[in-house]
Design a protein around this ligand. Structure first.
Ligand SMILES: O=C(O)CCC(=O)C(=O)O
Length: 293
């Protein structure tokens, strides 16, 4: 991959080998649950290539972009599957935009990917028992110029078991220039973060927000670590723990392609669950799918 310049949160990333690198591909150990657990312990993440059925993932992409075309967000002068942004939206004109978004996030093709089949099979294998996926699904439709700030997920969903894992799923082939997820290497071992930032519960500290920083290059410098990412293909997944610092690269698609991904959460069904994310109408941070994203 010959990208010469990337930004995240509008900050230019240092792409030198000291500060930037490739995520490790763990597909070779996908069949060995003990090895997967040991790798998670060591690295704080697992990249698994081609774990999902590519056709199902692409069908979910088509489903989501068709719904977004209904509200004018996808430019229908191009094939809907391309996910080219129109630059505007009629979503706010709907009677209930939250209900619309919920119906997109509950689309059957999307849920087939996140809540069934190979995805649940993997988590059963990895967790060593019956898995449960949060009912709430975080769907990201990221336009050019946008990204996510640096954070641990625990600050948003830390009220249940600590053996909870996020899975980031790209719906399409997403190169880093289109805004992939980045992991801060070994960030699950940074005592300073674990003892302080990780103790936050965003719903108990109003106005603070959950992001640790909106300056990824500064974070890499401060903790003397690399940001890791890769070019993803439909079918790949990236699994990581609640204490793994991550953020995303700004979408810089030259053709205004929307970056489409979801993040979903898995745990053992037998362990305590964070109730905010469960049920037919999850409360989330108070407004369910009507939450400002
Ligand atoms: O996709 C993104 O930009 C953010 C995803 C995220 O924060 C997560 O997977 O926990």
């Amino acid at each position: 991959m010959s990208t010469t310049s990337l930004t995240s949160c509008k900050q230019t990333l240092d792409l030198s080998p000291k500060r930037f690198g490739e995520l490790k591909d763990n597909s070779g150990i996908a069949g060995d649950a003990d090895a997967l657990r040991a790798r998670m312990e060591e690295d704080g993440y697992l990249l698994l290539r081609g774990l999902l059925n590519r056709d199902e993932v692409l069908a979910a992409r088509g489903e989501v972009f068709s719904r977004l075309a209904e509200v004018g967000e996808v430019d229908t002068r191009y094939p809907v599957m391309e996910g080219i942004s129109s630059g505007h939206s009629r979503r706010k004109e709907l009677d209930d935009p939250g209900l619309f978004w919920k119906s997109v996030c509950e689309g059957p093709k999307l849920r087939r990917v996140t809540h069934a089949g190979a995805m649940m099979g993997f988590h059963k294998h990895f967790l060593g028992g019956q898995p449960r996926c949060f009912d709430y699904l975080w769907l990201r439709v990221v336009p050019v110029g946008h990204s996510t700030g640096c954070h641990y997920d625990v600050v948003y969903m830390g009220r249940g078991t600590r053996r909870l894992y996020t899975t980031w799923t790209p719906y399409g082939d997403i190169s880093r220039a289109d805004g992939t997820l980045m992991i801060l290497e070994k960030s699950h071992q940074i005592e300073e973060l674990l003892n302080d930032y990780a103790q936050i519960d965003v719903d108990k500290t109003p106005n603070r927000g959950g992001w640790f920083s909106t300056h990824p290059p500064e974070v890499a410098e401060r903790f003397d670590r690399r940001w890791l990412t890769t070019d993803f293909r439909a079918g790949d997944i990236l699994v990581f723990g609640m204490h793994t610092m991550h953020c995303s690269i700004d979408n810089a698609s030259p053709v205004q392609r929307l970056r489409l991904s979801s993040d979903t959460r898995y745990q053992l069904a037998s362990e305590p669950v964070d109730e905010r994310w469960i049920g037919p109408n999850p409360l989330a941070h108070g407004r369910g799918y009507g939450e400002k994203r």
